[in-house]
Every structure is written in structure tokens, then in C-alpha cells.
Design a protein around this ligand. Sequence first.
Ligand SMILES: Nc1ncnc2c1ncn2[C@@H]1O[C@H](COP(=O)(O)OP(=O)(O)OP(=O)(O)O)[C@@H](O)[C@H]1O
Ligand SMILES: [Mg+2]
Length: 280
Amino acid sequence: MRCIIICNQKGGVGKTTTVANLGACLAERGREVLVVDADPQANLSLHFGVDLARGEPSLYTVMRGEDDPSDVVRQSAVEGLRILPTGVDLAGLGVELSGERGRLFALRGALEKLQQRHDYVLIDAPPSLGLLTLNAMCAAREVFIPMQTQFFALQGLGKLLRTVRKVRSAVNKRLRITGVLACMHDSRTCLAQETLDEIKKHFGRRVFKSVIRKNVRLAEAPGFGLPITEYDPECHGAQDYRALTREVIAMESAEQRRVEQSAPDAVGMLGPPRRDRRAG
Ligand SMILES: Nc1ncnc2c1ncn2[C@@H]1O[C@H](COP(=O)(O)OP(=O)(O)OP(=O)(O)O)[C@@H](O)[C@H]1O
Ligand SMILES: [Mg+2]
């Protein structure tokens, strides 16, 4: 299983759009995919037509240990693609868990309890480096960073990279940045091209060759509760996400080798979070 957090604390760069559409394209290629909405804005849930009321079973109740994740996961409109949805109550989780010992591992513990096996788990992170993003970094092995090819794209990146390094050295030795994705790219402007060159200078081969162009169909699809493969399967947006998916699939064997070679991480040595142990 590849567990990937799609993250950038900068808002509106294409994180949710990438989780929804990469997830759908991976399912189209026969992979079993779970997308996890770890953002209290619940945009990913809405993208798949799931609009939860406060108090309904969700990632929030799962992370609090009140619901079994397998009972909360829903089938999406796409075969092979499931969603672990969230609602607005997730916003309060940081404060509620602040005193708990296993607070960084609530998401990881929840994903480990899932009965259904998945080839891919894609976690949609909120635009912050708070507790929810840290939980996702503790659960994942890979980080994909979507970036908008516009001025300020690289601003704040140092903080994100330092956070990944800290999580890696303290609790999750297997975490790596394996992909950087240019989103909402407008190749007609010099600024977009120059920003893409800058991103490549920083990240080298980790930048995906595929670039997600600006495409209004990608912005329309969430309003219909559908990923782009269902909403408009032939548009540029669908083509771009399919090209990205081919690259992601091509990485599979290298990632498998890395998993086999990697030593057990600190989380494994610490054992499951306390809440799990109490549950027996
Ligand atoms: N390639 C694209 N072309 C046109 N519009 C896009 C594209 N990608 C995303 N959008 C639109 O841009 C907006 C921001 O995208 P998205 O919600 O995916 O960003 P985000 O990083 O998840 O935002 P947040 O930080 O708020 O969670 C949305 O309205 C989305 O529909
Ligand atoms: Mg989002």
C-alpha cells in the first residue's frame, strides 16, 4: 500500500483537486483507492457529494475513537474508489486532543484498523501545518506537494520542508517527499514558466513531468459531486491527471523496493497509540 499525503500549507494550490482526480484516475487503472478528507473545510467530501451534518460519523469521530473507520468509509461514484469523509467538527479536534499522549498517531491508528485493503491511500491535508497535517505525516510514507506556478509559489516552502524533516527524524523515518506537482499552470505566461523552472531547480527529478493546466472543467466538477473522469472524461484536466497517474504508477516498483529495504520506524517501535491499546 502507498500512503501519500498531498500537502502544502499554502491555500488554494490544488491539493483537494489532486486528491480527488488522481484518486479517480488510479481507480480507473484498476487500483483500490481510499481518499481521506483530513481538512475541516470538507472540500474533498463535497467533491464526492458527501455533505455531513455535525455529529454524523466522520473522520472526526474515527480519530476520537468513537467510530470504527470501516463503518465510516463510503463507496464513491467511481468503482474502486472509497472516501473517508469529514465534516466541520474536525476543526475542534486539535484542542480536544491537545493533552493526549497519542495525539499525533490518531489518524495512523485509524487507518491501521481498516479492514479493506487498498493499493493507495491519499490524504487531503488542510492549508496549515497543525495537528491534522502532522497526523497525516505520521500516517503516510510519501509526501506530494502541489504548487501553483505563480509568484509566491516557493514562499513558505522552507517551513514545510523543515516540518517534513522533523517528523522524519522524530517519529516517521519512512516519510519522503516523492513528488512535486505544478498545478493550475498557464503555459502562455512567462511567470508560470519561470516559476516552474524555479521549482525544478529546487526539487530536480522529484518534480513530475506532467503539469496540470488551468482548466475550468476541473473547477466545475466538484459542484456536481464528481471527479473529472466522470464529469468530463476527455477534457484537458482529465488528460493531465491521467498523465500524472501514469507517472505515479511507474513509481510503484521503486517505492515497493524502498519499503522492503526500510528499517522499522520509530512509530512501529513505540507501538500503537494508547487509545488502541485500551480498545484491546
Ligand atoms: N487545474 C485547475 N484549473 C482550474 N481550476 C482549478 C484547477 N485546480 C484547482 N482548481 C480550482 O482552484 C480552487 C482551489 O483548488 P483546491 O481546492 O484543489 O486547492 P486546495 O489547495 O485544496 O485549497 P485549500 O488550501 O483551501 O484546501 C478550487 O476552486 C478548484 O476547483
Ligand atoms: Mg483543499
